[in-house]
Design a protein around this ligand. Structure first.
Ligand code: ADP
Length: 462
């Protein structure tokens, strides 16, 4: 893993270095050639002018041939160049004299035709030294002549050697420094990644792992933070799953063992014939409770998995509340409580899933009736609140102690387990209610104190 990152970074680095060194060498050699050639060319052109001046003096008779040759020799030595003067009459001899190569012959022809020629070339005989040739036409139309000047440009090779030397030394230093930096960087990248994958394996084996610390403010740090978050969420989900299973088993055990006991009693003849019907009815009630519990569980699982889709419609709140109260009166068999419904404005409506909203109200009202004595009062109030609808379900029942209030929306939570179990509650009702309200984009809260009744407040977008 580590060597993987290291190798990749190293290859990339060496590639970049090679490109830089290559480019630098090519550009520098081009630049130096142009620079030295231009200088040499300027020098040779100036020398050519000096030679021409001497030639004119010679033609005028101011100089003898020997004097001219002497002068030319001096100029040639001083400027480190070879000078050939070709006169129209004896050009053939001159060329033979210098042993000019083929293309020099063509240069001479062009100069004799009156063209000024400048050429840079690499001498075939001395491969490593460059030569600049400058050809200047001279003489008159009748007697054409040419001044040819050659000069080697040793500096190019020398300077290039120096430049390559500097480039290679720099490249070598950069390679060593780069190697160290690449190694440090690859360690910085691979270390936390190796650590994270080791931890991921531990988590997969079900072992508990601590948070990963020392996060940098980069992508690796981001990965570490996401990993920590995922790990904690997994732990939380696992904890909830275990609690859920424990809750379900607990809820199933009580009714199942009751039913089992009743049937066993009848089969063993412990329950006499007269009592059998009574116990069968009790068993029947227990199976009803089991059915309710499994329905609630199914609902809750679907809600939490997010697979329940709302079928929203415009709902008249007044009718929905009245229907829900009627359902509760019938199903609970409790007629003793007084119910008051206030809806303002009277025709207040909202967009929601009617079945699901009714399920919410029935759950709250069934709790209210269950925990309110027979002569108690249940009040439902619905009002418009800006662009939201507020629904209050109040009862005058036993209330919920302050310390318990924050837990009542949790799964399987009951304030008093023995009391509610006998009353048929599973502790899932409020969980379902909260999920349904949140699915509608709303919220639900509860206010209460022991003995003083309870108020559930729902806020829904209209
Ligand atoms: P259950 O099915 O047991 O009623 P819920 O989730 O509906 O489960 O309610 C959780 C617990 O909150 C109940 O067991 C009960 O102790 C308490 N509770 C809910 N509503 C009321 C209420 N109106 N008055 C008093 N206690 C309530």
């Amino acid at each position: 893993m580590k060597s993987g990152v290291f190798r990749r970074l190293l290859v990339t680095y060496i590639l970049i270095m090679t490109i830089i060194v290559g480019l630098l060498s090519v550009l520098m050699s081009q630049y130096l050639k142009v620079y030295f050639f231009n200088n040499k060319q300027k020098d040779l052109t100036n020398t050519g002018r000096q030679v021409e001046t001497q030639l004119i003096r010679y033609r005028r008779g101011d100089l003898t041939k020997e004097e001219l040759e002497k002068q030319i020799n001096v100029i040639g030595r001083v400027t480190n160049s070879r000078i050939i003067i070709v006169d129209g009459h004896n050009s053939g001899a001159a060329i033979a004299d210098t042993g000019l190569e083929d293309d020099l012959e063509t240069i001479l022809k062009r100069v004799l035709d009156g063209e000024k020629v400048i050429k840079r070339q690499q001498y075939a005989s001395e491969l490593n030294s460059y030569v600049v040739v400058v050809g200047i036409p001279t003489g008159s139309a009748e007697s054409k002549g040419a001044i040819l000047l050659f000069s080697p440009v040793y500096e190019v090779a020398q300077a290039l050697r120096k430049v390559y030397e500097v480039i290679w030394i720099t490249a070598a230093i950069a390679l060593v420094v780069g190697l160290i930096l690449v190694w440090i960087t690859s360690r910085r990248i691979s270390r936390p990644v190796i650590e994270l994958s080791r931890m991921a394996e531990q988590i997969a084996r079900g072992e508990a792992v601590p948070d990963v610390h020392g996060m940098a403010d980069d992508e690796i740090g981001q990965l570490t933070r996401s990993f920590n978050y995922m790990k904690n969420r997994l732990a939380e989900t696992d904890r909830m799953r275990k609690e859920f299973i424990a809750g379900v088993s607990h809820e199933l055990r009580t009714p199942l063992s009751s039913v089992r006991g009743f049937i066993q009693g009848i089969l063993d003849g412990v329950i006499c014939d007269d009592d059998q019907e009574k116990y069968l009815r009790l068993a029947f009630e227990e199976t009803n409770r089991l059915t309710r519990l499994t329905n609630d569980l199914l609902d809750l699982t679907k809600l939490e998995a997010g697979v329940i889709k709302l079928n929203k419609k415009e709902i008249q709140l007044r009718k929905l509340i009245d229907d829900s109260i009627l359902t509760i009166r019938r199903s609970s068999g409790k007629e003793g409580f007084t119910s008051i419904v206030t809806v303002t404005p009277e025709n207040l409506s909202l967009k929601a899933d009617p079945d699901r909203l009714k399920q919410v109200l029935i759950n709250l009202l069934s709790n209210a009736s269950r925990y309110t004595p027979d002569n108690g009062k249940i009040e439902v109030e619905a009002k418009l609140y800006g662009s939201e609808v507020k629904i209050l379900v109040k009862d005058s029942g036993i209330g919920i102690p302050d310390a318990e209030l924050s837990f009542i929306f949790e799964k399987f939570y009951r304030v008093d387990k023995s009391r509610d179990s006998s009353a048929g509650g599973s502790g899932l009702g409020l969980s379902i209610v909260k999920n349904l309200i949140e699915l509608h984009g709303g919220s639900i809260t509860a206010r209460s104190s022991a003995g003083n009744g309870t108020v559930f407040e729902i806020i829904l977008p209209q």
